[in-house]
Design a protein around this ligand. Structure first.
Ligand SMILES: Cc1ncc(COP(=O)(O)O)c(C=O)c1O
Ligand SMILES: N[C@@H](CCCC[NH3+])C(=O)O
Length: 371
């Protein structure tokens, strides 16, 4: 296969889904959705859909793709901070399960569009819980300063508004504090916040059946071989122990990275090995156009030379071919002596990898293979 390309390990995906399924107990009122924004690959999505999971979408395109790969419309939630009228109409016409609504003007638009289509739709209100996920600032979403959701102090009035509108049916609350959260105990403050908000809703006599806690469970980028499967047990038990649920309530999860992150690898060919002024550069045929996470967030990805010629390790700056100084995958990384033509594997690239690729520098998008 022509490099650079993504390889998805469907066996590992299957094992990850098994582990996730086993971590949810029979009496847990838990419903898991796959946050499809993490990876659109057909075979990957089909395998997830075939296990009966729901999907979390943020655009008309994502909803269409979910329906094509086998997710059921009633198991799809439509989130997203700026839903378009076209996207809203499409979601309504397809009968998706719930809209996670980000603000009151959006609620009014959904009501209006549903009225025009002669439908009534389920809505949950995304509340900004002001809980710190202690993750990278660019993937933190649940703080007051972030653009997401309705402020807690406006929650009751927004629900009252929803109750008055004819074509929306208020079912509950939605939260998402951020992504790549490795310490699952950081979700405990979210549970406490939800408990406080539920007490407030009880006081107002507001009935809530749907609690969506978003996604965010992280993966081990440092050691994908040692920890190929995330801590689903720990993650679900924080919510099992932390949430005080009312009778009949269901807890929805929207996991992306944890489901697909470790099963993807970006393979790239070494074009040149260059001795620079003080250091050696490995110049790959993959750049940030293929995997943007390092350039965008300074993220760490484990890198292997799959065709080593010796076991001697040397420090290399691993860079791409894009005309930008930020096109760097690693600096001073200890790797086996490398030659032109070697194939590098950039690991843990299944989530937010191919989906964030671009054609900058008039490049092709990277290929994909799932097996
Ligand atoms: C609302 C919402 N739900 C779910 C996710 C999926 O997050 P993750 O891939 O961290 O599980 C995201 C992305 O962070 C999101 O914004
Ligand atoms: N794209 C980010 C995660 C953002 C998740 C979407 N809310 C990453 O690669 O880590």
């Amino acid at each position: 296969m022509k490099t650079p390309y993504y390889h998805y390990d469907l066996k590992l995906l299957g094992a990850t889904l098994d582990a996730m399924g086993q971590a949810v107990r029979e009496d847990d009122p838990f419903v898991v959705h796959y946050a499809i924004k993490a990876c659109y690959n057909d075979a990957v999505c089909r395998m997830i859909a075939s296990r009966g999971y729901g999907a979390d979408c943020v655009s008309e395109g994502e909803i269409k793709h979910c329906l094509e790969v086998g997710f059921k419309p009633e198991n799809i939630v439509f989130a997203g901070v700026g839903k378009t009228d076209e996207g809203i109409d499409y979601a309504i016409s397809q009968g998706i399960g719930c809209f996670n609504v980000e603000n009151v003007p959006e609620l009014e638009v959904i009501n209006e569009r549903a009225g025009l289509l002669g439908k009534t739709v389920n809505v949950a209100l995304r509340i900004n819980p002001d809980v710190d996920a202690h993750t990278h600032e660019k993937i933190t979403t649940g703080l007051n300063e972030n653009k997401f959701g309705i402020a807690m102090e406006d929650m009751v009035s927004a629900i009252r508004k929803a109750e008055k509108l004819e074509h929306v049916n208020y079912i509950g609350l939605h939260f998402h504090i951020g992504s790549q959260v490795l310490d699952v105990s950081l979700f405990a403050p979210l549970c406490e916040r939800i408990n406080e908000l539920q007490d407030m809703l009880d006081g107002e006599g507001i009935k809530t059946t749907y609690i969506n806690v978003g996604g965010g469970l992280g993966i081990d980028y440092e050691d994908p071989n040692g920890h190929p499967i995330p801590d689903f047990e720990g993650y679900f038990s924080v919510f099992r122990n932390g949430l005080k649920l009312r009778a009949g309530q269901k807890v929805h999860f929207e996991l992306g990275r944890a489901v697909v992150g470790q099963c993807g690898t970006l393979y790239s060919k070494v074009l040149y090995v260059k001795q620079g002024h003080e250091k050696k550069f490995v110049i790959l045929d993959a750049g940030f156009t293929d995997l943007v996470r390092v350039a965008m967030y300074g993220s760490y990805h484990y890198i292997e030379n799959t065709t080593p010629h010796s076991t001697t390790l040397e420090p290399y700056d691993v860079v791409g071919p894009i005309c930008e100084s930020s096109d760097v995958f690693a600096e001073g990384r200890m790797l086996p002596a490398t030659e032109r033509g070697d194939i590098y594997a950039i690991r843990s690239a299944g989530a937010y990898g191919h989906v964030m690729a671009s054609t900058y520098n008039y490049r092709d998008l990277p290929g994909e293979v799932a097996e």
